[in-house]
Design a protein around this ligand. Structure first.
Ligand code: NAD
Ligand code: ZN
Length: 366
């Protein structure tokens, strides 16, 4: 009931352990990794209430000195004030270069704690212990860390690969189902961008992945493997890593349009964005229409949104959405870069996409 995925990034390989009960073994894994290190846990209030004690008891049982910094849950914490709180907390706890930061939580905690570790004393190692499906399949792997600026998401950050990832699938048992579904959108993404067979497995097994059956661990492992392979090829996103942005250009514009509120979770925006990327690719004559239908049908079966009109409440008009797309960091010097598809499992990076074609498509899709 365990899998290990090895991530081979330039010079700093690390393992991802996947399976139930890993948080309760944190002490053993930290000892195996680095004898004598002290551990500073960074977590949020929701996760602390459910899983902090398990980790603390395991570290204590292994004789490891530890401390915890608890931040407020939510995307707003992933900003300058949150960074200050965590870094100052780590300094106050006298964390030294040879100690470890343990990020216990979802992508917000992982990105924030990872970035704090990267700047503390010019770099302290971080162990990622992701507790949301999204963070287990995506954000804890690959080394992107950072915070939001008032001017945009993820504008400040660093590449800081973890030294170990502990993806405890039993931690997901306390996660609200809406968050599970949103994370599942990123699992589907790996199938859609490069692995048709994975997509077909998910069409069959999705209820088990969402509901917490044995299929869930397999899906987390398949996702980590897919991401690890891409990151190994292109750590700093000069090429193939951009494929991971499938559905994200449209998705980010919708998230921004909804004010990053709980009207639209990140994964929900990605689900709509992937449906739009398929439809847009079909419109350009690149992708067969039946693949669009099949993707939309699967996302709907899972309970994910697929249309712009599925976002509750008001959104900016088409020009407003276009402005948000142009602000996205995937844009360089006016030309739009999109991840488009030739079919399920066949995504590619399209540079120089005509903004007028995007605008016409968007205004029809509302
Ligand atoms: P999140 O960290 O906000 O977690 C979602 C909610 O679930 C929060 O309220 C949290 O407190 C709660 N929670 C977490 N674990 C729980 C558990 N086991 N039981 C009950 N509640 C739990 O959100 P997320 O979706 O995990 O991450 C989103 C963030 O990840 C965004 O900031 C996004 O930019 C970032 N991200 C980063 C990368 C990357 O490569 N670094 C990739 C994708 C996303
Ligand atoms: Zn994403």
């Amino acid at each position: 009931t365990r899998s290990t995925v090895h991530v081979d990034v330039a010079g700093r390989p690390y393992d991802i352990y996947i399976g139930p009960g890993l948080l309760a073994e944190a002490g053993t894994h930290v000892t195996a990794l680095r004898k004598g290190a002290r551990v500073a846990i960074v977590t949020d209030r929701n996760v602390a209430a459910r899983h902090l004690k398990t980790v603390e008891e395991s570290l204590s049982a292994a004789g490891i000195a530890h401390t915890a910094i608890v931040v407020e849950p939510g995307e707003k914490t992933k900003g300058w004030a949150g960074l200050e709180q965590v870094v100052e907390g780590l300094i106050a706890a006298r964390v030294e270069r040879a100690d470890l930061v343990l990020a216990l939580g979802g992508g917000v905690v992982g990105d924030l704690a990872g970035f704090a570790a990267s700047v503390l004393r010019r770099g302290v190692d971080v162990v990622q212990a992701p507790t949301t499906l999204l963070s287990q399949v995506d954000s804890s792997v690959g080394g992107k860390t950072g915070i939001n600026s008032p001017q945009g998401k993820n504008l400040v950050g660093a590449f800081h690969q973890p030294v170990l990832v502990l993806a405890d699938t039993s931690a997901l048992d306390t996660l609200p189902v809406r968050e599970v579904r949103a994370g599942y959108a990123e699992v589907v993404k790996y199938g859609l961008l490069g692995d048709r067979a994975l997509f077909e497995t998910l069409e069959r097994d999705f209820a088990g992945v969402i509901g917490g059956g044995p299929e869930r661990m397999a899906a987390v492992a398949a996702s980590c493997m897919a991401k690890a392979a891409i990151v190994a090829r292109d750590e700093k996103e000069t090429g193939d890593r951009a494929l991971l942005n499938l559905g994200h250009t449209f998705g980010h514009a919708l998230e921004a349009g909804a004010g990053y509120s709980d009207r639209l979770l990140h994964g929900e925006g990605v689900a709509i964005g992937m449906a739009l990327a398929f439809a847009f690719s079909a419109r350009l004559g690149l992708c067969p229409g039946q693949d669009v239908t099949r993707v939309v049908r699967h996302l709907e079966a899972v309970g994910l949104p697929t249309r712009i009109s599925d976002v509750p409440g008001a959104l900016p008009d088409t020009d407003g959405l276009m402005a948000l797309i142009a602000q996205d960091k995937k844009v360089s010097r006016g030309a739009l870069t999109f991840i488009l598809v030739r079919g399920i499992g066949e995504a590619f990076v399209a540079k120089d996409v005509d903004p007028d074609a995007v605008r016409a498509f968007l205004s029809e899709m509302r």
